[in-house]
Design a protein. Structure first.
Length: 185
């Protein structure tokens, strides 16, 4: 697994995110497109770059549940237990969204799709930058991009691409609705 980019690169990524910029970074199965989860401008840019409908919502990835709590409504004991059971790992849980979560992030849902990653690179990135939007780096309907070079070719200078290697997973994260226990993907 690749190491975290040098401090100068992280400072550039932090600045880029503060300016509502979008980054591309390695995740468990592909490169992800991300922005700060509370940045309306950043979310609009991710949606535009992907050509994705607004109503779908996006995933937020973090290094810990503590990083996600400001985006979530208070969790039930059952929801807390599911978080402990599945995280860190390749499981995205649909949990009740806090009121401050933008509709662009949660889509038409009252829940927010969140994941505490076990991918060492993504985990260290979130430790340094905070929680990030994590949607596959590709245009809607096309294959997910699996390298920094592919992201640079696809998105050019619109997106700050961080060097890194994806994990060994072939499929995207499993999505589970915590309220119903239903597996959606």
């Amino acid at each position: 697994m690749s190491r975290l980019p040098p401090a100068a690169y992280l400072r550039r990524a932090q600045h880029h995110l503060r300016q509502a910029g979008v980054i591309a970074y390695a995740t468990e199965s592909c490169f992800g497109l991300g922005c700060h989860p509370l940045s309306a401008k950043g979310l609009k840019r991710v949606i535009a770059y992907k050509g994705r409908p607004n109503h779908k919502g996006m995933i937020v990835v973090a290094a810990s549940l503590a990083q996600l709590r400001p985006l979530l409504a208070p969790l039930s004991a059952e929801a807390e237990a599911m978080c402990q059971r599945y995280w860190p790992g390749p499981y995205t849980l649909l949990l009740p969204a806090a009121k401050r979560v933008l509709p662009l992030l949660r889509g038409r849902h009252r829940t927010l799709a969140v994941r505490v990653t076990a991918h060492p690179f993504t985990q260290r990135l979130c430790q340094a930058l905070g929680p990030l939007v994590s949607t596959s780096a590709n245009r809607a309907g096309q294959r997910s991009l699996r390298s920094a070079a592919a992201c640079q070719r696809q998105f050019g200078k619109q997106v700050l691409t961080l060097p890194g290697q994806i994990g060994k997973r072939r499929k995207p994260s499993t999505i589970i609705d915590v309220q119903t226990g239903r597996v959606l993907r």
